[in-house]
Design a protein around this ligand. Structure first.
Ligand SMILES: Cc1cc2nc3c(=O)[nH]c(=O)nc-3n(C[C@H](O)[C@H](O)[C@H](O)COP(=O)(O)O)c2cc1C
Length: 257
């Protein structure tokens, strides 16, 4: 058989395909645990940053040791220690029927369709006592679901920081949620008003200094009202009765902790 025969060409091409596919699949399988570890480290960095604990030159695990991770049952507001902290993935759980609930349209203000039954909360300690709480949150903007963390001061009302780590909003428009200047506007804003009603809102335009709702208002992202509304809705869902509100009330009344 000639070296350039059709059969020979096909054999060489097929062998090459087979060898390449084995290499690619082996690499994918071998790299998966490393990717998983990097993903978890990345989340730890996000949590350290949003809670003001991040220091570039310090070891991540060492810094994270000041943060206690607990799991909250969102329906009761109680901690649940029966779930494995290392393996629990809220994002994956929200896609599993047995681990999540379907949200009817009237309560699904953040447009997320399903909500996991359990959520992690991160307790930031100072001198052994809780100083801040970091909550994972997500909600739909214009093009995508925005995933992030909200840190609250120990009064569980005052916002310390907000940071997103995953979204597909348009750079320069909705993507401005990542702008540090905009993110800094959240510090000190209040979520609940004096009647304990959800009041936080990303408004259209700029907040008028001195107006009676200033402490609940954040400047809108210009040209991106839909993403801005998505952020407001996200807060209203996760700080509301189907989110962390039961937990928040129980901590405030001392029923939890
Ligand atoms: C290509 C393109 C990308 C856009 N991306 C966003 C976005 O990421 N977030 C958003 O709220 N609006 C985005 N918009 C604008 C919305 O369609 C809508 O006009 C806007 O949210 C209204 O906000 P405004 O009232 O502040 O102008 C985009 C528009 C275009 C044409």
């Amino acid at each position: 058989m000639s070296k350039d025969s059709t059969a020979n060409i096909i054999t060489v091409a097929l062998t090459l395909c087979l060898v390449c596919s084995v290499i690619v699949s082996t690499a994918a399988v071998k790299l998966r645990p490393i990717q998983e570890v990097n993903k978890q480290l990345d989340q730890k960095i996000n949590i350290l940053k949003v809670s003001g604990q991040w220091q570039e030159d310090r070891n991540i695990e060492e810094l994270f040791s000041a943060i206690e991770t607990r799991i909250v049952n969102l329906d009761t507001g109680n901690f649940d220690d029966s779930i494995d902290l290392e393996t629990y993935d809220q994002r994956k759980a929200s896609k599993v029927n047995e681990l999540s609930i379907n949200l009817d349209k009237d309560i699904d203000v953040a447009n997320i369709n399903r909500r996991a039954n359990f959520a992690k909360v991160f307790l930031v300690k100072e001198a052994g006592a809780i100083d801040k709480y970091v909550f994972p949150v997500h909600g739909y903007g214009l093009w995508s679901t925005l995933y992030g963390y909200v840190t609250l001061e120990k009064d569980l009302n005052t916002i310390y920081a907000l940071k997103f780590y995953d979204h597909k909003e348009t750079p320069g428009l909705g993507g401005e949620v990542d702008n540090l200047k905009w993110q800094s506007l959240w510090q000190g804003k209040k979520i609940f008003d004096e009647n304990d009603q959800l009041a936080i809102k990303v408004i259209k335009g700029n907040v008028v200094p001195g107006n009676e709702n200033e402490q609940y208002q954040v400047d809108g992202l210009s040209g991106a009202t839909l993403t801005s509304d998505g952020v407001t809705n996200m807060f209203h869902f996760w700080m509301g009765e189907h989110g962390f509100q039961k937990f928040i009330h129980k901590v405030r009344t001392g029923e939890v902790l």
